[in-house]
Design a protein around this ligand. Structure first.
Ligand code: TUI
Length: 316
């Protein structure tokens, strides 16, 4: 079974599932597993040094001969150097996040790299389309990590009406029902982060996977609004300390307190003082499973919903 869309054509993949490029989380093992399963894995560059990211890309090339990509986190200070390296390594696709990638579009496209930009708004989506983005990923505020203000349900149909390139839905999607819902809104693919945190192949600390599995519906919170970079995380001691500073608009202290905390959680397993970035769907993630099983359950679940509703895409 397959759900073919303009996104699967664009990327040369079997299933319209993009694994979110999560910093300190989406390493070569997970990326290759998702790509080998017929979706597309995306390495989370985050604030990684250029040489480490290059070796992660080379490791992924060893582990899969399928298309994979890199997420460019545009707030990272050495982003220019990272973009040059990604162009040299000729990755198949990049996704961009946490900013406006206009400056890099021509260089990436010129190298034949597919560019999919995460957009939190219609205005940015139109701008990205006008400068050559191959697709836009609309990320709702249900997502984990750095988020915009709109929900997926509200953002996606507006993007679909505003641009002609394929729209991918992100934020709040963890199973086949979410995929079918995204398709109902007009999306041609989904990006999934949180569920892949609990893939067997995901190299984050096992204690963080357990926190995701334990999470219930109201266990995430958005912190750091006063800094201008709001971030959704699982509640813990760090999130409570940041919330207290947020209430007093102590943005600089939040930046200082937050520094290095994502790696502290994901790599060292400090679930109290680390930043447990995860989406609201953490409550729907109940098992650790192989990435291939996650992909196949999401696709078969979506097909089940769509065939019951009579909405399977005509192109099948
Ligand atoms: O990028 C993400 N999620 C992330 S990045 C990250 S690392 C980080 N850590 C601490 C603070 C900030 C970042 C953790 N999670 N998702 C994609 C995304 N992009 N969500 C929202 C946006 C976005 C926001 C504004 C994209 C473009 C944008 O444009 C503003 C402009 O300049 O027009």
């Amino acid at each position: 079974m397959a759900l073919r869309t303009r996104l699967t054509e664009l990327l040369g993949i079997q299933h319209p599932i993009i694994q979110g490029g999560m910093a300190w989380t989406a390493t070569a093992e997970l990326v290759a597993a998702v790509s080998n399963a017929g979706g597309i894995g995306i390495i989370g560059a985050g604030q990684m040094p250029t040489d480490i990211l290059r070796s992660e890309i080379r490791k992924a090339k060893e582990l899969t001969d399928k298309p994979f990509g890199v997420n460019l986190m545009l707030l990272t200070p050495h982003i220019d150097e990272i973009v040059d390296m990604v162009i040299e390594e000729r990755v198949h696709a990049v996704t961009t996040g946490a900013g406006n990638p206009s400056k890099y579009m021509a260089g990436l496209k010129g190298a034949g790299i597919k560019v999919l930009t995460v957009v939190p708004s219609v205005a940015l989506a139109k701008r990205m389309e006008s400068i050559g983005a191959d697709a836009v990923i609309g990320e709702g505020m249900e997502a984990g990590g750095h988020i915009g203000e709109l929900t997926t349900m509200v953002l996606i149909p507006q993007l679909v009406d505003a641009v002609s390139v394929p729209v991918v839905a992100a934020g709040g999607i963890a199973d086949g029902r979410g995929v079918a819902a995204a398709f109902a809104l007009g999306a041609e693919g989904v990006q999934v982060g949180t569920r892949f945190m609990c893939a067997d192949e995901c190299t984050i600390h096992p204690d963080v996977k357990q926190q995701v599995i334990k999470a219930k519906d109201r266990d995430t919170v958005v912190t750091g609004r006063s800094t201008g970079h709001p971030v959704r995380v699982l509640k813990n001691r760090l999130s409570r300390e940041i919330e207290a500073l947020d209430r007093e608009n102590r943005a600089e202290e939040i930046e200082a307190l937050g520094s290095g905390k994502l790696a502290l959680a994901m790599r060292q397993g400090d679930v109290q003082m680390g930043s447990l970035m995860a989406g609201q769907v953490a409550a729907m993630v109940c098992d650790i499973q192989p990435a291939a099983q996650i992909v196949s359950e999401m696709i078969s679940g979506a097909e089940g919903v769509m065939s019951r509703l009579g909405t399977l895409p005509k192109s099948r």
